[in-house]
Design a protein around this ligand. Structure first.
Ligand code: CP3
Length: 346
């Protein structure tokens, strides 16, 4: 019968592990401070959270990398920490990154977290998604995302980006029931937020578990994975799910048991080996080292071609970086990365 436009979008087809003439390409943090047009909007808006909360700004910066580079997907401009704010936590961003000035340190604080409906607490997310879809070329996919419960717990408990995660580990190891109570709430919020994004036009959903790699296998399976599984099991059918876990080569066999169609690899994993480990069951996203984009464009192109050669002939490859674009990156290097994917023939 007739093919819907969604079915023809390259990213969605790659996630279904169809054989394609070339891999789709997009970049983690493709909207950001390395783009002069982003910095201009940020200045006009008055700050990062202000951009997120105003749908016309959020939509504009989401669309910028699509316009400039012709990437195959737009990822909503927002942040994994926004739902924590909706749950009642104070959230600020400064030049060093995110800060939660009143981190969770007691059971009473955990019990006090709210579980609001995303449509009521974050209506700007749905509105931004609808605006982006209207501004996107027909062939470009729209991605929604959330932080995984474990990574969100790390921010909520540490109060920012953790180093040793000592507070988090104190809760895990010494107050496991309180830790589980927090993770239960986060899983409910995250699943609701992802469903809300799917309801408003997101056709691929990414779960970012940035700090999962700080855990060894036993701890990951006990303190993080059950809640990621719960989230992924409660998403609308037919929407492809991508799981990213940072520095997680040692966890990939566990991650592959989660109900998700795609594993996003960071750059420490060999793509070649990953295709042998998971190529029969999963689409694989990645995984050029974002630092390589600090090299001259022709070197970026050479390295990207080499990575694509590794994936050649394998269905289900989505070209991306192993982590986010670094803010000192020259946009010409992002252009070279995207061009390398687009020159690939069957
Ligand atoms: O283009 C896109 O990728 C979409 C938007 C997006 C942002 N953050 C915008 C952002 C997405 C998908 C995220 C996810 C996110 N946020 C993650 C998971 C992915 C990952 O990086 O592992 C995490 C851990 C965060 C939390 C966060 N937000 C940190 C640690 C920081 C500071 C680091 C930095 O790069 O400054 C942010 C800020 C942030 N999020 C920026 C952007 C564009 C920079 C903010 C600015 O303009 O000042």
């Amino acid at each position: 019968m007739s093919t819907t436009s969604t079915a023809t979008r390259l990213l969605v087809r790659a996630l279904a592990r169809e054989r394609l003439p070339r891999p789709p390409v997009w970049l983690m943090r493709q909207a950001g401070r390395y783009l002069p047009e982003y910095r201009a909007v940020r200045q006009q808006a008055g700050g990062f959270l202000e951009m997120i909360r105003r749908p016309e700004y959020a939509a504009e910066v989401t669309l910028q990398p699509v316009r400039r580079f012709g990437v195959d997907a737009a990822i909503l401009f927002s942040d994994i920490l926004v739902p924590l704010e909706a749950m009642g936590m104070e959230l600020v961003f400064n030049d060093q990154g995110p800060l939660l000035p009143k981190p969770l340190r007691s059971r009473a604080q955990i019990d006090g977290l709210r579980l609001p409906e995303p449509a009521e607490s974050m209506p700007y997310v749905g509105e931004a998604l609808r605006l982006v879809r209207r501004g996107l070329p027909e062939e470009t996919a729209l991605i929604g995302f959330c932080g995984a419960p474990f990574t969100l717990a790390s921010y909520a408990i540490e109060g920012g980006t953790g180093k040793t995660f000592s507070h988090l580990r104190a809760l895990m190891y010494h107050a496991e029931r309180d830790f589980a109570a927090l993770m239960d709430k986060l899983a409910v919020m995250v699943a609701a937020h992802l469903r809300y994004q799917a309801d408003n036009g997101a056709e691929v959903l990414v779960l970012f578990d940035t700090w999962a790699g700080a855990l060894g296998g036993e701890d990951y399976r006990r303190y993080a994975m059950p809640w990621s599984r719960r989230v992924l099991e409660h998403l609308p059918r037919g929407i492809p799910r991508v799981v990213f876990a940072g520095t997680s080569d040692h966890l990939l066999e566990d991650l592959a048991t989660l109900p998700a169609e795609c594993l996003a690899l960071d750059h420490r994993t060999s793509l070649d080996a990953a295709f042998r480990r998971f190529g029969a069951s999963h689409a694989l996203q990645g995984n050029l080292d974002p630092a390589v984009l600090l090299a001259p464009p022709d070197e970026v192109q050479r390295r990207t071609r080499a990575l694509l050669a590794v994936a050649a002939g394998q269905p289900g490859h989505v070209l991306n970086l192993g982590h986010g674009v670094i803010k000192d990156t020259d946009p010409a290097c992002v252009a070279a990365f995207v061009a390398a994917a687009k020159e690939t023939s069957p």
